[in-house]
Write a protein that binds this ligand. Structure first.
Ligand SMILES: [Zn+2]
Length: 339
């Protein structure tokens, strides 16, 4: 029986770190475990230019250096109808790694997103491909029934991927069997991130019994067959699937209310919960590829140098982390990252 596991420092290829006090509150949970994370641009004032991404990176790095946490935030900018090739070049020169496509209005702070992906200037995608920048897609078709939104958006991704075979595209936080099958079928320029929570919950864990707002996220968790397809993909060793937690903190009062925010704050136990899943399937040897290798390779990054050690030692996910209730608060889990 494996009771101790050493893996290369992981990368979280999709995280929300927010800004200000909330950022300082949540960033240690990510920076304390992950070597790098791809930081989403949907702040209250969205990050749409390289200069603001660089400022945001400095804010994160300042917080991490005060905590003496070595961490390399990978930055993103949000694609808007106003994004030009010059904006892309400028973002590249500021070290931005990826550009995020949000359909208009589908999730937190996604107003000002893209109404019709056909309207995006193809030169913008060409400029991204030319500079080796990745397109990250929140693949949900606005206006469709919530369980069908991901499936309904895949045709847009297919169109972009076919027209721009040199553009690397990540479908973020896939939640459906259709999404998994699409990524398998698509060319080598298409990959997907998978969250920890979508490997663990279905819609029933959100609304099947009493309403659980801390399991409410976008895209919404779906049917058991979808969850099972995600688990199979994560365990498959196929490098097109890698970890992006989509850890998304919201203050407790903005989750436990009418019109509650979407997002699961998984960072405090992401690697531990994931280790439990891989362990339960006898797949611990494949954990490192999913967390620390496939994402970096798809992004064309070197692998992290350090390691983390995960030990079989029970602990309980705390009831709160500052103002935020973490995902699966109070749950006793069997693995722990050694500090
Ligand atoms: Zn997200």
């Amino acid at each position: 029986m494996i009771t101790r596991l050493q893996i290369r420092k992981p990368d979280d290829m999709h995280v929300h770190l927010r800004e200000g006090d909330m950022m300082r509150e949540v960033v240690p949970h990510t920076a304390g475990v992950f070597g790098r994370a791809l930081v989403m641009p949907n702040l209250k004032n969205a990050v749409i230019h390289g200069t603001s991404a660089a400022r945001y990176r400095d804010e994160i790095l300042r917080a991490c250096s005060e905590l003496r946490l070595p961490f390399d935030p990978l930055m993103t900018v949000k694609l808007t109808a106003q994004t030009t090739t010059d904006v892309i070049k400028g973002a590249y020169s500021c070290g931005v790694a990826a550009v995020k496509l949000y359909p208009e209005g589908v999730t937190t702070n996604s107003t000002g997103g893209i109404r019709d992906p056909d309207q995006i200037n193809p030169d913008v995608f060409r400029a991204m491909a030319h500079n080796g920048m990745v397109l990250c897609v929140h693949a949900e078709e606005p206006g469709l029934f919530s369980l069908d939104r991901e499936s309904g958006y895949l045709r847009h991704v297919e169109k972009i991927a076919t027209a721009h075979p040199n553009l690397r595209i990540v479908i973020e936080h896939i939640t459906s069997r259709d999404g998994v099958e699409f990524v398998h079928r698509a060319g080598p320029n298409v990959a997907a991130t998978i969250t920890v929570h979508h490997l663990l919950i279905t819609l029933d864990d959100v609304i099947g019994d009493k309403l659980n707002p801390h399991n409410f996220c976008k895209p919404i968790a779906k049917r058991e067959a979808d969850r099972a397809a995600l688990v199979t993909a994560a365990l498959s060793g196929n490098p097109k699937f890698f970890l992006g937690t989509d850890s998304a903190p919201h203050a407790q009062d903005t989750k436990e209310c009418a019109s509650g925010c979407a997002g699961c704050f998984t960072a405090p136990a992401a690697i531990e919960l994931l280790t439990e899943i891989f362990d339960a399937h006898g797949a611990l040897p494949g954990l490192e590829s999913f967390t620390s290798i496939f994402g970096a390779q798809f992004y064309g990054l070197g692998l992290n140098m350090g390691t983390i050690t995960i030990v079989k030692e029970p602990w309980e996910i705390p009831a709160t982390c500052g103002a935020v209730v973490p995902f699966m608060a109070g749950k006793r889990i069997g693995w722990r990252v050694a500090k």
